[in-house]
Design a protein around this ligand. Sequence first.
Ligand code: SF4
Length: 91
Amino acid sequence: MNLGSNNPNKDDKFCLQCLLKEANKGDMLKTIKEHIKKIADKDKSDYEEYQRRLKICLGCEWLSEGTCLKCGCYPEFKAAFLKQKCPYKKW
Ligand code: SF4
């Protein structure tokens, strides 16, 4: 990552309001998916709720490169927990 560089590497990507899957952070996303599989069903958001939450995060000014700059979480992980909440109560 070359934030602020005048000559960024062509492979460097920086995208605001991106989830990990859009931010070229596939390894982290793979790890997160493995951890999500280990969450007990009773504690896990269902598919529709998970997608609803991620859609809200995608429109949020605090999302940067797959990380919520408000709470430091990876929304793709946090949203999988039914009882977790957005720090701004957006979901
Ligand atoms: S968890 Fe809340 S504050 Fe953080 S990116 Fe998602 S909607 Fe925004």
